[in-house]
Design a protein around this ligand. Structure first.
Ligand code: SF4
Length: 352
């Protein structure tokens, strides 16, 4: 394969062989001055992902000389090690998303046979078809499950012998999801002390930006309400959303109703979800508007504790929980509770 392709798609299998053939060891990559540029490019990749996410500009460096190609191929394992040294789920998702968006842009100038072969490496049964491609319906379903817009529903696709007919740009969008899934599923890598030491300064820098970003995000989006008054269940749900972990539908429902009833506007609630990489914008907005009664006849109530327990999203009561039966009562009572004698003699066990 043309090494310049490996520089542009460094997650291809051949990239490992390319590096093996050059006899570059991990220790060389971590320490040798000759690879300083590759280490910087890897660091830059992670910074761009963190700061810009799917809006990160695609900067194609020149790939004329061997050393330029090698630098780009090496920058990818460097970025993966750095992300792994930090091992933050939010950073991992954002990094995987950014690489995937870049992959989609780069694929836009590739020919059909390369697109099919890359899809094959990602485990997709994709074939060239009349005026576009044909993708097996199981792969279509697997890689479009986060895309809830109507035009991505299987029922709305032209199907032929178990294959979905897709134009080129829609295939690239599916491949973006497949690249993201692959990268995300491989991180964090196990990293040894040498790697941690080599990336100590860069990791500290990224961690500080990450903490700052999360802090800013919390302060901006929830400025009107006090997180310290949240019951453990809602605190956990919010933390999971902000860490980009999977939150079950029941959890999303509960947190939306809770935030609504403590006074956040739809737009403010939307922003709480809005920083999740690749989230379904339309669906989230629709759900919030539906749950809060903006576009439906019902303004849904926050589930009471018994229901939260039956959903499996009550993390276990703290001392204040034992005196209430509803998460909203917790929010209302917490300031009084904190200043009462009961609070000083029976410290709260749960967060925050
Ligand atoms: S007892 Fe109620 S308020 Fe407390 S954590 Fe469980 S569901 Fe939330």
């Amino acid at each position: 394969m043309d090494p310049r392709r490996l520089a542009r798609f460094p997650y291809l299998r051949d990239a490992s062989g390319f590096l093996r053939d050059r006899g570059i060891t991990l220790s060389d990559l971590l320490r040798e001055d000759a690879y300083g540029r590759a280490r910087f490019r890897g660091f830059e990749r992670v910074l761009l992902a963190l700061e810009k996410g799917d809006k990160a500009p695609l900067e194609e460096p020149p790939l004329h000389a061997d050393v330029e190609v090698l630098t780009e191929v090496l920058a990818y394992p460097v970025a993966r090690m750095l992300v792994s040294a930090i091992a933050d789920p939010y950073l991992i998702r954002r990094y995987a998303l950014t690489e995937a968006v870049w992959g989609q842009m780069r694929l836009s100038i590739e020919d059909a046979s390369f697109i099919v072969s890359l899809a094959g490496e990602l485990g997709l049964d994709l074939r060239p078809g009349e005026g576009g491609f044909r993708l097996h319906f199981t792969d279509f379903l697997r890689h479009t499950s986060t895309m809830r817009e109507k035009d991505w529903k299987l029922i709305n696709q032209p199907l032929e012998d178990g294959y979905v007919r897709l134009p080129r740009e829609r295939v690239l969008r599916v491949l973006r999801n497949a690249i993201q899934r692959k990268i995300e599923s491989e991180l964090p890598l196990p990293v040894n002390d040498d790697v941690l030491e080599a990336f100590r300064r860069d990791a500290q820098h990224v961690k500080a930006l990450l903490a700052n970003r999360k802090e800013r995000f919390k302060a901006e989006e929830l400025g009107k309400v006090s997180i310290t008054r949240f019951p453990p269940c809602m605190y956990n749900l919010l933390a999971s959303i902000q860490n980009h972990e999977n939150v079950p539908h029941t959890g999303r429902f509960a947190i939306v109703t809770f935030l609504h009833h403590i006074g956040l506007s739809n737009e403010e609630i939307f922003k709480v979800f809005g920083d999740v990489p690749d989230f379904a914008v339309d669906v989230t907005r629709y759900q919030i508007e539906h749950i809060t009664g903006t576009t439906s006849a019902t303004e849904y109530s926050t589930p009471e504790c018994a229901t939260m327990k039956s959903y499996g999203i009550c993390p276990g009561p703290d001392a204040l929980c034992l005196t209430i039966r509803h998460p909203l009562s917790y929010y209302r009572k917490k300031p009084r509770w904190l200043s009462s004698a009961a609070a000083t003699s029976r410290p709260l066990a749960g967060p925050p």
